[in-house]
Design a protein around this ligand. Sequence first.
Ligand code: HEM
Length: 176
Amino acid sequence: MDAAAEALLPPCDPHDLELGLEFLLRSVDVLRVLQQQLLVLERLPLRYFAEFRAYLDTASGAQSAQFRRLTALFGNSHDQGSLYEAFAAAAEYHGRSVDEVCRRGVETGVLHRLAEGLVDLDNGYWHWKVAHLALVSKMIGEQSGTGGSSGVDFLARRVTRPFPELRRLRGKVHHA
Ligand code: HEM
């Protein structure tokens, strides 16, 4: 995803946009693998999980440095995040606003495919968060997390999604 953002940062010629798209689509695939991987844990009999949970002590996925980098790249409700910003800058560099790319669709070529790729990434991230929530609920029910949070309630509040602007524009697309 860093590589995608880097490729899209202006000055970016059409070749850079294609490169950014390749990186972006592979990231979508990686997220899908991560989500599917959770299903294997979901099938783990509880007695085996109970065998090792105590060894985690206060360790938790919430301490993951990579996950923190991912959320920085995706932004939050105040800031759009570096990936979206790189995409918006690339669109502007090629004379289009994000709004125009979303409204005009295929007519805007690779910019349209990039916007769709970002929406797939958004959905992939969402799928991971929901799959993780379902896994946690099955494994620990209403217990709190090893990292000290309330567990499922805490995680349910954190099922947030990147790229709100792209979702807002989903309804604005022109008819074919
Ligand atoms: C049975 C397995 C799992 C359980 C019971 C579980 C439970 C939890 C809980 C309760 C939290 C909230 C923080 C805390 O209090 O610890 C959390 C956060 C997190 N976990 Fe897991 N987890 C499991 C598996 C995984 C796996 C396999 C991964 C990644 C490969 C993962 C990645 C994360 C991440 C990235 C967070 C932070 C999420 C956020 O801030 O929204 N977890 N987990």
